[in-house]
Design a protein around this ligand. Structure first.
Ligand code: PMP
Length: 404
């Protein structure tokens, strides 16, 4: 199904050493490494295709525009959206959610209204809503997290009121690996006429996502977490909603006609893409999605789930280990603590062994508070990781344990 050795050869960085040790890269939830085809496509774009898009009549401008627009269609197809008008290119999940929070609030949120988020959100699905709530006076309600790292769906139902205007939740937790039952949450919210936004930063790279089958009204993700370049991301939004929402930023591209008296805005999706877009990033993102599809998202999900189960089993053999989050349905992330060893100490010592893990609060401080911990050590997997690398991690943790 997955030929890991062949796949690894596609990723130049995986061949390097760190402190004289082979790199073991387990920080994939922060960012993924890039296959040669993505790196080459960036070089090819600047060597052969570069010109500013959408506004040129000359050959290169039209060529670059065609490549960018076919990248948009690739994204549309990848996430199962109905139309390219619903695919907005952004800088990443963070910008997607800021765009959504700013524009949705101006269109739909007033004093006394309510937005529901969850207790396991990344800061990028908390703070944009707080910023807007200060301006528009709506309230933020939070779905509690259970001890096992799942959302309390019964509590969610009781949070819904006739003032709820939006639910915005993460599909997969970047700390606990929990895969939230977003289809169920969307069905419940829709039964009250409430739209749902989904933070897909940690889901799109790992599990099959079809926004129409899920019924998501908005869906955000980052290119760099799905083997694409940094600086490019996506906000999917349902056309009926996007049409009612005002622009996020003003400038070139997003207008139809500008006078000093009145400006009219461009059609979707350009209304939300002010200024020169990262067309090179879009083109390279499409290459990354092609690459993922060439392996097959179901193969990826299956292999990563095998890796994750193996990691949990091996980690559980370590005395004093505490795995944070034990959801029934989880993705390729494992967070843990070992005895009283501070996460940053563990991370620093593992690093010396060539093992890259992430430590700290993972931009989810409210979740850390809920779990009563200052932070975790997090190993996050991609389809280029191996069981042998997990053995190296476990041996490394054992070594660090013995030092304390
Ligand atoms: N949401 C989740 C669940 C994430 O894991 C991340 C990245 N760690 C983000 C949002 C933010 O993504 P980005 O930094 O690419 O904008």
């Amino acid at each position: 199904m997955i030929d890991v050795e062949k796949i690894r050869r596609d990723f130049p960085i995986l061949g390097r050493e760190v402190y004289g040790k082979p790199l073991v890269y387990f920080d994939n939830a922060a960012t993924t490494q890039k296959p040669r085809c993505v790196i080459d496509s960036i070089s090819e774009a600047y060597c052969n295709e570069n010109a500013n898009v959408h506004r040129g009549i000359h050959f290169l401008s039209q060529h670059a525009t065609d490549l960018m627009e076919s990248a948009r269609d690739k994204v549309r197809q990848f996430i199962g959206a109905g139309s390219t008008e619903e695919i907005i290119f952004t800088r990443g999940t963070t910008e997607s959610i800021n765009l959504l929070a700013s524009s949705f609030s101006r269109a739909f949120l007033n004093k006394g209204d309510e937005v529901i988020i969850s207790g396991m959100e990344h800061h990028s699905n908390i703070v944009p809503w707080q910023i807007q709530s200060e301006i528009h006076g709506f309230k933020i309600k939070v779905i509690p997290v259970l001890d096992n790292g799942e959302l309390d769906l019964e509590a969610f139902k009781t949070l819904i009121s006739d003032k709820t205007r939006l639910v915005s939740i993460t599909h997969v937790s970047n700390v606990l690996g929990t895969v939230n039952p977003v289809a169920e949450i969307i069905t419940e919210a829709h039964s009250h006429g409430i739209p749902v936004a989904v933070d897909g930063a940690q889901s799109v790279p790992h599990i099959k996502v079809n926004v129409q089958e899920l019924g998501a009204d908005f869906y955000a993700f980052s290119g760099h977490k799905i083997y694409g370049p940094t600086g490019i991301g996506v906000l999917y939004g349902r056309k009926e909603l996007l049409e009612q929402m005002p622009p996020y930023q003003g400038g070139g591209e997003m207008i139809k006609r500008v006078t000093f008296e009145k400006t009219t805005y461009n059609e979707l999706p350009y209304k939300f893409e002010a200024g020169t877009p990262d067309y090179v990033g879009s083109i390279a993102l499409a290459k990354a999605l092609d690459y993922v599809q060439s392996i097959g998202i179901d193969n990826i999900a299956g292999y990563e789930s095998e890796l994750c189960n193996y990691a949990i089993e091996r980690l559980n053999s370590i005395p004093d280990i505490r795995i944070i989050g034990n959801a029934g349905h989880r993705s390729a992330v494992v967070s843990f603590l070992v005895g009283n060893i501070y996460p940053s100490d563990m991370g620093t010592l593992l690093d010396r062994l060539g093992i890259a893990v992430r430590t700290g609060h993972h931009c989810a401080e409210p979740l850390m508070d809920r779990m009563g911990i200052p932070g975790t050590v997090r190993a996050s997997f991609a389809f280029y990781n191996t069981k042998a690398e997990i053995d190296t991690l476990v041996a490394g943790i054992e070594r660090v344990r013995k030092m304390f």
